[in-house]
Design a protein around this ligand. Structure first.
Ligand code: ASP
Ligand code: MG
Length: 408
Protein backbone atom coordinates (compact mmCIF):
# COMPACT_ATOMS: atom_id res chain seq x y z
CA UNK A 1 0.00 0.00 0.00
CA UNK A 2 1.15 3.49 -0.79
CA UNK A 3 2.00 6.43 1.40
CA UNK A 4 -0.40 9.33 1.88
CA UNK A 5 0.87 12.62 3.29
CA UNK A 6 -1.72 14.76 5.04
CA UNK A 7 -1.21 18.34 6.14
CA UNK A 8 -3.41 20.12 8.66
CA UNK A 9 -3.28 23.89 8.97
CA UNK A 10 -3.50 25.97 12.14
CA UNK A 11 -7.29 26.37 12.04
CA UNK A 12 -7.67 22.58 11.78
CA UNK A 13 -5.79 22.00 15.05
CA UNK A 14 -6.90 25.14 16.90
CA UNK A 15 -8.09 23.37 20.09
CA UNK A 16 -8.32 19.95 21.75
CA UNK A 17 -11.64 19.04 20.11
CA UNK A 18 -10.29 19.91 16.67
CA UNK A 19 -7.12 17.91 17.26
CA UNK A 20 -9.31 14.91 18.14
CA UNK A 21 -11.31 15.44 14.93
CA UNK A 22 -8.07 15.52 12.93
CA UNK A 23 -7.05 12.22 14.56
CA UNK A 24 -10.28 10.71 13.18
CA UNK A 25 -9.39 11.83 9.65
CA UNK A 26 -5.94 10.29 10.02
CA UNK A 27 -7.47 7.07 11.34
CA UNK A 28 -9.89 6.76 8.44
CA UNK A 29 -7.01 7.10 5.96
CA UNK A 30 -5.20 4.35 7.88
CA UNK A 31 -8.27 2.15 7.71
CA UNK A 32 -8.14 2.46 3.94
CA UNK A 33 -4.81 0.70 4.23
CA UNK A 34 -2.39 3.53 3.61
CA UNK A 35 0.78 4.41 5.44
CA UNK A 36 0.17 7.90 6.73
CA UNK A 37 2.61 10.74 7.36
CA UNK A 38 1.10 13.91 8.79
CA UNK A 39 2.52 17.44 8.74
CA UNK A 40 0.92 19.96 11.08
CA UNK A 41 0.99 23.71 11.62
CA UNK A 42 0.93 25.50 14.94
CA UNK A 43 -2.42 25.68 16.74
CA UNK A 44 -4.69 28.54 15.66
CA UNK A 45 -3.02 31.92 15.91
CA UNK A 46 0.02 30.61 17.79
CA UNK A 47 2.58 31.83 15.26
CA UNK A 48 1.06 35.33 15.15
CA UNK A 49 1.08 35.46 18.94
CA UNK A 50 4.68 34.32 19.16
CA UNK A 51 5.69 37.04 16.70
CA UNK A 52 3.84 39.62 18.81
CA UNK A 53 5.54 38.35 21.94
CA UNK A 54 8.97 38.65 20.35
CA UNK A 55 8.30 42.23 19.22
CA UNK A 56 7.20 43.21 22.71
CA UNK A 57 10.55 42.09 23.97
CA UNK A 58 12.80 43.28 21.18
CA UNK A 59 11.77 45.38 18.19
CA UNK A 60 14.26 43.68 15.94
CA UNK A 61 14.60 40.13 17.19
CA UNK A 62 17.60 38.22 15.91
CA UNK A 63 16.45 35.88 13.11
CA UNK A 64 18.07 32.88 14.75
CA UNK A 65 16.21 33.44 18.01
CA UNK A 66 13.02 34.18 16.11
CA UNK A 67 13.20 30.75 14.46
CA UNK A 68 13.99 29.14 17.79
CA UNK A 69 10.79 30.72 19.14
CA UNK A 70 8.49 30.11 16.17
CA UNK A 71 9.47 26.46 15.83
CA UNK A 72 7.95 25.80 19.26
CA UNK A 73 4.43 26.33 17.88
CA UNK A 74 4.53 23.28 15.64
CA UNK A 75 6.18 21.20 18.35
CA UNK A 76 3.05 21.61 20.49
CA UNK A 77 0.74 20.41 17.71
CA UNK A 78 2.72 17.32 16.78
CA UNK A 79 2.87 16.08 20.37
CA UNK A 80 -0.85 16.73 20.90
CA UNK A 81 -1.85 14.99 17.67
CA UNK A 82 0.31 11.98 18.57
CA UNK A 83 -1.44 11.83 21.95
CA UNK A 84 -4.87 12.06 20.30
CA UNK A 85 -4.04 9.13 18.01
CA UNK A 86 -2.60 7.10 20.88
CA UNK A 87 -5.81 7.72 22.85
CA UNK A 88 -7.62 5.98 19.99
CA UNK A 89 -5.28 3.02 20.21
CA UNK A 90 -3.29 4.04 17.13
CA UNK A 91 0.48 3.81 17.28
CA UNK A 92 1.82 7.27 16.42
CA UNK A 93 5.08 9.10 16.87
CA UNK A 94 5.92 12.80 16.49
CA UNK A 95 9.08 14.31 15.03
CA UNK A 96 10.50 17.81 14.83
CA UNK A 97 11.99 18.98 11.54
CA UNK A 98 15.55 18.38 12.74
CA UNK A 99 14.63 14.87 13.89
CA UNK A 100 13.64 13.87 10.36
CA UNK A 101 16.68 15.64 8.90
CA UNK A 102 14.65 18.26 7.09
CA UNK A 103 17.79 20.02 5.86
CA UNK A 104 17.56 23.67 4.80
CA UNK A 105 19.83 26.52 3.86
CA UNK A 106 20.80 29.14 6.43
CA UNK A 107 18.20 31.78 5.54
CA UNK A 108 16.43 32.15 8.88
CA UNK A 109 12.76 33.03 8.50
CA UNK A 110 12.63 32.02 4.84
CA UNK A 111 14.78 28.92 4.63
CA UNK A 112 14.64 26.66 1.59
CA UNK A 113 14.55 22.89 1.93
CA UNK A 114 17.65 21.29 0.44
CA UNK A 115 17.18 17.64 1.25
CA UNK A 116 15.25 15.20 3.42
CA UNK A 117 16.55 11.93 4.74
CA UNK A 118 13.53 9.64 4.63
CA UNK A 119 15.10 6.86 6.73
CA UNK A 120 13.65 7.97 10.07
CA UNK A 121 10.16 8.16 8.60
CA UNK A 122 10.50 4.88 6.71
CA UNK A 123 11.49 3.17 9.92
CA UNK A 124 8.45 4.51 11.76
CA UNK A 125 6.15 3.47 8.90
CA UNK A 126 7.73 0.02 8.76
CA UNK A 127 6.90 -0.36 12.43
CA UNK A 128 3.26 0.34 11.58
CA UNK A 129 3.23 3.83 13.07
CA UNK A 130 1.65 7.04 11.93
CA UNK A 131 4.50 9.57 11.64
CA UNK A 132 3.68 13.15 12.57
CA UNK A 133 6.13 15.83 11.46
CA UNK A 134 6.32 19.46 12.56
CA UNK A 135 5.57 21.71 9.59
CA UNK A 136 7.37 24.96 8.75
CA UNK A 137 10.71 24.02 10.30
CA UNK A 138 14.03 22.53 9.36
CA UNK A 139 17.70 22.47 10.25
CA UNK A 140 20.84 23.83 8.66
CA UNK A 141 23.84 21.57 8.09
CA UNK A 142 25.31 23.19 11.20
CA UNK A 143 22.35 22.10 13.29
CA UNK A 144 20.57 25.44 13.58
CA UNK A 145 16.76 25.46 13.60
CA UNK A 146 15.19 27.36 10.70
CA UNK A 147 11.67 28.19 9.55
CA UNK A 148 10.40 28.22 5.98
CA UNK A 149 8.38 31.46 5.90
CA UNK A 150 4.75 32.05 6.83
CA UNK A 151 2.47 29.30 5.59
CA UNK A 152 5.49 27.02 5.16
CA UNK A 153 3.85 23.87 6.51
CA UNK A 154 2.38 23.25 3.06
CA UNK A 155 5.92 23.12 1.78
CA UNK A 156 6.97 20.68 4.50
CA UNK A 157 4.11 18.38 3.52
CA UNK A 158 4.90 18.45 -0.20
CA UNK A 159 8.60 17.92 0.43
CA UNK A 160 7.77 14.89 2.57
CA UNK A 161 5.45 13.58 -0.13
CA UNK A 162 8.20 14.01 -2.74
CA UNK A 163 10.81 12.28 -0.57
CA UNK A 164 8.49 9.37 0.22
CA UNK A 165 7.05 9.20 -3.33
CA UNK A 166 3.60 9.45 -1.80
CA UNK A 167 0.46 8.62 -3.81
CA UNK A 168 -1.03 11.96 -2.86
CA UNK A 169 -0.42 14.96 -0.64
CA UNK A 170 -3.67 16.12 0.94
CA UNK A 171 -3.61 19.70 2.21
CA UNK A 172 -6.46 19.95 4.71
CA UNK A 173 -7.55 23.49 5.42
CA UNK A 174 -10.64 25.49 6.32
CA UNK A 175 -11.90 25.82 2.74
CA UNK A 176 -13.11 23.06 0.49
CA UNK A 177 -10.60 23.60 -2.32
CA UNK A 178 -9.63 26.24 -4.85
CA UNK A 179 -12.50 28.41 -6.07
CA UNK A 180 -13.06 30.31 -9.31
CA UNK A 181 -12.75 33.47 -7.21
CA UNK A 182 -13.10 34.68 -3.64
CA UNK A 183 -16.61 33.57 -2.54
CA UNK A 184 -16.80 36.61 -0.25
CA UNK A 185 -16.85 38.77 -3.38
CA UNK A 186 -18.84 36.45 -5.64
CA UNK A 187 -21.07 34.10 -3.62
CA UNK A 188 -21.70 31.95 -6.74
CA UNK A 189 -17.98 31.21 -7.09
CA UNK A 190 -17.53 27.55 -7.92
CA UNK A 191 -15.10 25.05 -6.54
CA UNK A 192 -12.67 23.80 -9.18
CA UNK A 193 -12.30 20.04 -9.54
CA UNK A 194 -8.81 20.31 -10.99
CA UNK A 195 -6.28 22.95 -11.88
CA UNK A 196 -2.73 22.77 -13.17
CA UNK A 197 0.37 23.50 -11.11
CA UNK A 198 1.06 26.60 -13.21
CA UNK A 199 -2.41 28.01 -12.69
CA UNK A 200 -2.12 27.38 -8.98
CA UNK A 201 1.28 29.14 -8.91
CA UNK A 202 -0.15 32.19 -10.66
CA UNK A 203 -3.12 32.30 -8.30
CA UNK A 204 -0.82 32.02 -5.28
CA UNK A 205 1.42 34.80 -6.64
CA UNK A 206 -1.68 36.93 -7.14
CA UNK A 207 -2.54 36.69 -3.50
CA UNK A 208 -5.33 34.13 -3.76
CA UNK A 209 -5.10 32.44 -0.38
CA UNK A 210 -4.45 28.94 -1.67
CA UNK A 211 -1.11 27.35 -1.01
CA UNK A 212 2.39 28.43 -0.11
CA UNK A 213 3.94 29.06 -3.57
CA UNK A 214 7.03 27.09 -2.80
CA UNK A 215 4.93 24.00 -2.05
CA UNK A 216 3.41 24.12 -5.53
CA UNK A 217 6.83 24.58 -7.12
CA UNK A 218 8.10 21.47 -5.36
CA UNK A 219 4.94 19.54 -6.22
CA UNK A 220 5.39 20.47 -9.88
CA UNK A 221 9.06 19.58 -9.94
CA UNK A 222 8.57 16.16 -8.33
CA UNK A 223 5.11 15.56 -9.81
CA UNK A 224 3.43 15.16 -6.47
CA UNK A 225 -0.36 14.99 -6.89
CA UNK A 226 -1.67 17.69 -4.57
CA UNK A 227 -5.17 18.04 -3.23
CA UNK A 228 -6.65 20.96 -1.30
CA UNK A 229 -9.56 19.85 0.85
CA UNK A 230 -11.53 20.78 3.95
CA UNK A 231 -10.90 19.40 7.42
CA UNK A 232 -14.50 20.19 8.23
CA UNK A 233 -15.95 18.40 5.17
CA UNK A 234 -13.66 15.37 4.92
CA UNK A 235 -16.08 13.56 2.60
CA UNK A 236 -15.54 16.18 -0.10
CA UNK A 237 -12.61 15.62 -2.42
CA UNK A 238 -11.65 19.29 -2.77
CA UNK A 239 -9.49 20.40 -5.70
CA UNK A 240 -6.75 18.35 -7.37
CA UNK A 241 -3.65 20.21 -8.52
CA UNK A 242 -2.02 18.20 -11.24
CA UNK A 243 0.12 18.30 -14.34
CA UNK A 244 -1.45 20.09 -17.26
CA UNK A 245 -3.47 17.93 -19.62
CA UNK A 246 -4.50 18.91 -23.17
CA UNK A 247 -8.20 19.17 -22.26
CA UNK A 248 -7.40 21.89 -19.72
CA UNK A 249 -6.75 24.25 -22.61
CA UNK A 250 -10.41 24.08 -23.59
CA UNK A 251 -11.15 26.20 -20.58
CA UNK A 252 -10.12 29.78 -21.25
CA UNK A 253 -10.15 31.08 -17.73
CA UNK A 254 -9.94 29.00 -14.57
CA UNK A 255 -10.03 31.70 -11.95
CA UNK A 256 -10.21 35.40 -11.16
CA UNK A 257 -7.89 36.77 -8.49
CA UNK A 258 -8.48 39.95 -6.53
CA UNK A 259 -5.56 41.66 -4.89
CA UNK A 260 -5.99 44.70 -2.69
CA UNK A 261 -2.55 45.04 -1.25
CA UNK A 262 -1.06 47.03 -4.10
CA UNK A 263 0.32 50.53 -4.35
CA UNK A 264 1.46 52.53 -7.34
CA UNK A 265 4.44 54.82 -7.58
CA UNK A 266 4.53 57.39 -10.38
CA UNK A 267 7.81 59.02 -11.30
CA UNK A 268 7.08 62.04 -13.46
CA UNK A 269 9.41 63.93 -15.77
CA UNK A 270 12.15 61.33 -16.04
CA UNK A 271 14.94 62.24 -18.51
CA UNK A 272 14.71 59.97 -21.57
CA UNK A 273 18.17 58.38 -21.50
CA UNK A 274 19.18 54.73 -21.90
CA UNK A 275 19.65 53.01 -18.55
CA UNK A 276 17.37 55.27 -16.54
CA UNK A 277 14.62 52.73 -15.97
CA UNK A 278 17.25 50.20 -14.94
CA UNK A 279 18.69 52.61 -12.41
CA UNK A 280 15.36 53.50 -10.92
CA UNK A 281 13.96 49.98 -10.67
CA UNK A 282 17.35 48.55 -9.77
CA UNK A 283 17.36 50.72 -6.65
CA UNK A 284 13.97 49.30 -5.68
CA UNK A 285 15.12 45.74 -6.34
CA UNK A 286 18.21 46.35 -4.22
CA UNK A 287 15.89 47.20 -1.35
CA UNK A 288 14.42 43.71 -1.82
CA UNK A 289 11.06 45.02 -2.97
CA UNK A 290 9.15 43.21 -5.70
CA UNK A 291 8.05 45.45 -8.52
CA UNK A 292 5.07 44.29 -10.50
CA UNK A 293 3.22 46.18 -13.24
CA UNK A 294 5.57 48.63 -14.95
CA UNK A 295 4.47 51.32 -17.35
CA UNK A 296 6.34 54.00 -19.26
CA UNK A 297 4.62 56.88 -20.99
CA UNK A 298 6.41 59.09 -23.44
CA UNK A 299 5.82 62.65 -22.36
CA UNK A 300 6.93 65.77 -24.22
CA UNK A 301 10.40 67.33 -24.44
CA UNK A 302 12.49 64.21 -23.95
CA UNK A 303 10.81 63.39 -20.65
CA UNK A 304 9.02 60.18 -19.65
CA UNK A 305 6.70 59.13 -16.88
CA UNK A 306 7.48 55.77 -15.32
CA UNK A 307 5.04 54.08 -13.00
CA UNK A 308 5.05 50.73 -11.28
CA UNK A 309 3.35 48.86 -8.47
CA UNK A 310 4.77 47.44 -5.26
CA UNK A 311 3.17 45.54 -2.38
CA UNK A 312 1.43 48.06 -0.13
CA UNK A 313 3.44 46.87 2.86
CA UNK A 314 6.62 47.93 1.10
CA UNK A 315 5.32 51.30 -0.07
CA UNK A 316 7.10 53.47 2.50
CA UNK A 317 10.47 51.98 1.84
CA UNK A 318 9.93 51.95 -1.92
CA UNK A 319 8.85 55.60 -1.87
CA UNK A 320 11.91 56.71 0.07
CA UNK A 321 14.20 54.75 -2.22
CA UNK A 322 12.59 56.15 -5.36
CA UNK A 323 12.64 59.71 -4.04
CA UNK A 324 16.35 59.49 -3.44
CA UNK A 325 16.99 58.01 -6.86
CA UNK A 326 14.65 60.47 -8.59
CA UNK A 327 16.70 63.39 -7.28
CA UNK A 328 19.89 61.79 -8.51
CA UNK A 329 18.63 61.25 -12.05
CA UNK A 330 16.84 64.59 -12.21
CA UNK A 331 13.25 63.42 -12.36
CA UNK A 332 10.64 66.06 -11.62
CA UNK A 333 8.29 64.46 -9.10
CA UNK A 334 7.29 61.24 -7.36
CA UNK A 335 3.63 60.52 -6.65
CA UNK A 336 2.01 57.67 -4.79
CA UNK A 337 -1.39 56.01 -5.06
CA UNK A 338 -2.19 53.45 -2.41
CA UNK A 339 -5.88 53.08 -3.33
CA UNK A 340 -5.09 50.76 -6.17
CA UNK A 341 -6.02 47.10 -6.62
CA UNK A 342 -5.48 44.36 -9.15
CA UNK A 343 -7.91 42.03 -10.85
CA UNK A 344 -6.42 39.12 -12.78
CA UNK A 345 -7.61 36.17 -14.81
CA UNK A 346 -5.64 32.95 -14.93
CA UNK A 347 -6.00 30.04 -17.32
CA UNK A 348 -3.80 27.73 -19.39
CA UNK A 349 -6.31 28.08 -22.25
CA UNK A 350 -4.91 31.56 -22.91
CA UNK A 351 -1.84 29.94 -24.44
CA UNK A 352 -3.83 28.72 -27.40
CA UNK A 353 -6.85 31.03 -27.63
CA UNK A 354 -6.89 34.63 -28.69
CA UNK A 355 -9.34 37.34 -27.76
CA UNK A 356 -9.37 36.57 -24.05
CA UNK A 357 -7.86 39.93 -23.11
CA UNK A 358 -10.34 41.85 -25.25
CA UNK A 359 -13.23 40.10 -23.54
CA UNK A 360 -11.86 40.98 -20.13
CA UNK A 361 -11.37 44.65 -21.06
CA UNK A 362 -14.84 44.89 -22.56
CA UNK A 363 -16.43 43.36 -19.47
CA UNK A 364 -14.63 45.90 -17.30
CA UNK A 365 -15.67 48.76 -19.55
CA UNK A 366 -19.31 47.66 -19.45
CA UNK A 367 -19.13 47.61 -15.68
CA UNK A 368 -17.80 51.18 -15.76
CA UNK A 369 -14.41 50.17 -14.41
CA UNK A 370 -11.45 52.17 -15.64
CA UNK A 371 -8.26 50.18 -16.32
CA UNK A 372 -5.15 52.03 -15.15
CA UNK A 373 -2.62 49.61 -16.55
CA UNK A 374 -2.25 46.08 -17.77
CA UNK A 375 0.29 43.31 -17.46
CA UNK A 376 0.29 39.81 -18.86
CA UNK A 377 2.10 36.52 -18.76
CA UNK A 378 1.49 33.43 -20.84
CA UNK A 379 -1.42 32.28 -18.68
CA UNK A 380 -2.45 35.48 -16.88
CA UNK A 381 -3.83 38.96 -17.55
CA UNK A 382 -3.82 41.54 -14.77
CA UNK A 383 -5.47 44.96 -14.73
CA UNK A 384 -4.88 47.67 -12.18
CA UNK A 385 -8.09 49.38 -11.11
CA UNK A 386 -9.14 51.78 -8.38
CA UNK A 387 -9.59 49.88 -5.15
CA UNK A 388 -13.16 51.12 -4.88
CA UNK A 389 -13.93 49.34 -8.19
CA UNK A 390 -12.32 46.02 -7.32
CA UNK A 391 -15.35 43.98 -6.31
CA UNK A 392 -17.39 45.23 -9.26
CA UNK A 393 -14.50 44.37 -11.54
CA UNK A 394 -14.17 40.84 -10.18
CA UNK A 395 -17.91 40.20 -10.55
CA UNK A 396 -17.95 41.54 -14.11
CA UNK A 397 -15.04 39.36 -15.22
CA UNK A 398 -16.31 36.27 -13.38
CA UNK A 399 -19.66 36.73 -15.17
CA UNK A 400 -18.09 37.35 -18.56
CA UNK A 401 -16.30 34.00 -18.51
CA UNK A 402 -19.34 32.26 -16.95
CA UNK A 403 -17.25 30.82 -14.18
CA UNK A 404 -20.20 30.20 -11.88
CA UNK A 405 -21.62 27.68 -14.33
CA UNK A 406 -20.45 24.10 -14.11
CA UNK A 407 -18.66 22.96 -17.24
CA UNK A 408 -20.57 20.79 -19.63
N1 ASP B 1 2.61 28.16 11.63
C1 ASP B 1 3.20 28.77 10.48
C2 ASP B 1 2.44 30.03 10.11
O1 ASP B 1 1.46 30.37 10.73
C3 ASP B 1 3.31 27.83 9.33
C4 ASP B 1 2.00 27.43 8.70
O2 ASP B 1 0.95 27.68 9.26
O3 ASP B 1 2.03 26.84 7.63
O4 ASP B 1 2.83 30.70 9.19
MG1 MG C 1 -0.96 28.76 9.24
Amino acid sequence: MGVVVQKFGGSSVADAAKIKAVAQIVLSERRRGHDVVVAVSAMGKTTDNLIKLAREINERPHPREMDMLLATGEQISIACLAMALQAEGCDAVSFTGPQVRMMTDEAHGKAKILQIDDSVLREALDQGKVAIVAGFQGMTPRGEITTLGRGGSDTTAVALAAALKADVCDIYTDVDGVFTTDPRIVPEARKLERISYDECLELAALGAKVLHSRSVEIAKKFRVPLRVRSTFLPASLGTMIVEETPDMEEILVSGVAAQRSEAKINVLGVPDRPGIAGELLGAVADANINVDVILQNVAADGLNDISFTVPRDDLREAYETVQRKAKEIGAREVKVDDKIAKVSIVGVGMRTHSGVAARMFRALAQAGVNIESISTSEIKISCLVAEADLERAVRAVHDEFRLAQALA
